[in-house]
Design a binder for this molecule. Structure first.
Ligand SMILES: Cc1ncc(COP(=O)(O)O)c(C=O)c1O
Length: 480
């Protein structure tokens, strides 16, 4: 143990010495070098170290970020990449970190954490910014994002709102097949993703599922179980499921049904919110106002985790002192960062920009689809929240992850979701030329790399067993 610690320290100090040479201003005079030598690169050493010592809870595309500016990323060797992921929409806005950290340090030097026991001058502008930007009357802050989802379960599912009249401990939350709301026990209990649930448990009861976009089933379940249902939790566009857009009018009908049956409409806008889809909130596309909105990711501007639950006072003030808390919720640094994040979105008109550039980007991607109609099944998205879904049959043994590896080799960073979908969600500051570069690179991968990959890989085995939801027999009201 001691030896492995010492060797880790030795390796780290060597890697840091090497990395420091390229750290600072973005490296000059480097374009993308498509074949850096992995054995001599500090990237490879860092990848090996991470693989050796970090939990393997993600399956990253093997690239190390050393420097970033706008939509560009540099690795320690000075290779430049375009970011088409934005940390799953946590970096919607590229904010001036130096400025924020400077202001935050000043804040810290004059104020310390107050742990909810006193009041804090910095918290008020954050409250004001969030409430004004999203048009709600009250806010609950959290330190970690999943805690945002945790909060509304804890507080709203168990008859906290007097007007819900749901019997304590019998309350149900309805969620959607294919949903993703984080990794806490409460929300993985709703997940249809076997990898998130297998081997973990016991899962929580108290929830039922409906198909996303299916208002007939929602109406049925509300009608049959309405007296027990506290809330309907949904993503306005399902992100992890592969940027799944519901049918037109879905959000409006959900609003009507929730009002009719006295059920809280709870929108998880952690990924879709804050200008990502071309509106401040994705629910704004149908001018729908949920009872509860959860924000995370971009609220922290990609700098630190900040999350918040927004609601009006009739809902929010059901929480009484002592019933809920978060040690670091609304701390000065988080408040400062969140204020800046919201300011940048408004000042730079990022929602409008996302809408405009998103249309252009899909236009480009549709042209790629026209050239590979058998391979690309669908291009879909709203604003700069987009996905390309491949045809699993014609992709054959190649996965969306393999395609992402080839995109990376050609200087474009994206991540797959499921076996056949690549999500394309660049920072909202990305230029038209850079978007064009992204679609051109996808074209190159499909034209030049895909045939070689298909030759190199044996036929795929059927994966039906692994994609069928394990929870189906016990928890789901509908098929999943
Ligand atoms: C819609 C949605 N909800 C909740 C979460 C959970 O966020 P975190 O991983 O920060 O807890 C995510 C993360 O990707 C998300 O996309």
């Amino acid at each position: 143990m001691a030896t492995s610690k010492r060797s880790l320290q030795r390796l780290l100090s060597r890697v840091c010495r090497e990395t420091r040479r390229t750290y600072g201003a973005p490296p000059q005079g480097h374009g993308h070098n498509p074949s850096p030598s992995p054995s001599s690169s500090s990237s490879q050493q860092l990848i090996n170290l991470e693989y050796e010592y970090s939990a393997h809870n993600y399956h990253p595309v093997p690239i190390v970020f050393s420097q970033a500016k706008g939509s560009s990323i540099w690795d320690p060797e000075g290779n430049k990449y375009l970011d088409f992921l934005s940390a799953y929409s946590a970096v919607n806005q590229v904010i001036d970190l130096k400025n924020i950290i400077h202001v935050s340090l000043l804040t810290f030097s004059i104020i310390r954490l107050w742990l909810g026991s006193f009041m804090l001058v910095k918290f008020i502008p954050f409250l004001e910014g969030c409430i004004n930007s999203c048009n709600y009357l009250a806010l609950l802050t959290q330190r970690f994002k999943a805690k945002g989802t945790l909060t509304y379960f804890k507080n709203f599912s168990f008859h906290k709102c007097p007007f819900l009249k749901v019997c304590n401990m019998q309350a149900l939350i309805i969620s959607c097949c294919g949903c993703f709301h984080g990794r806490t026990l409460a929300v993985i209990s709703m997940s249809c993703d076997n990898e998130a649930t297998r081997g973990f448990g016991p899962l929580l009861s108290g929830h039922l599922k409906v198909d996303f976009g299916d208002v007939v089933s929602l109406d049925k379940i509300f009608r049959e179980q309405g007296d027990k249902i506290a809330g309907f939790l949904f993503e306005p566009i399902q992100g992890e499921a592969g940027v799944i857009i519901p049918p037109d009018g879905y959000l409006k009908t959900v609003r009507d049904l929730c009002s009719k049956y006295n059920v809280l409409m709870i929108a998880d806008e952690i990924q879709t919110g804050l200008a990502r889809t071309g509106k401040m909130l994705a629910c704004d596309w149908e001018q729908v106002r949920p009872d509860v909105v959860i924000l995370g990711k971009a609220l922290g501007g990609g700098v630190i985790p900040v999350s918040a639950v927004l609601a009006d006072k009739d809902v929010m003030l059901c929480i009484r002192p002592g019933e809920h808390g978060s040690t670091f919720g609304g701390n000065p640094l988080a408040s400062e960062v969140a204020i800046a994040s919201l300011d940048v979105i408004k000042e730079e008109g990022l929602a409008e920009r996302s809408d405009r550039l998103g249309q252009e980007f899909r236009h480009q991607l549709l042209k790629v689809q026209q050239q590979f109609p058998d391979i690309i099944k669908e291009v879909r998205g709203r604003g700069l929240f987009n996905a390309v879904e491949f045809n699993s049959k014609t992709l054959s043994s190649v996965s969306a992850y393999d395609i992402c590896l080839k995109l990376k080799e050609r200087g474009v960073l994206a991540k797959p979701t499921h076996d056949t979908i690549v999500r394309l969600t660049p920072p909202l500051c990305m230029s038209l030329d850079e978007l064009q570069e992204g679609s051109k690179t996808l074209h190159e991968v499909l034209e030049l790399d895909l045939p070689k990959m298909q030759k190199a890989k044996p036929e795929k085995m059927s994966s039906i067993a692994s994609t069928t939801c394990d929870l189906l027999p016990t928890n789901l009201s509908n098929k999943c």
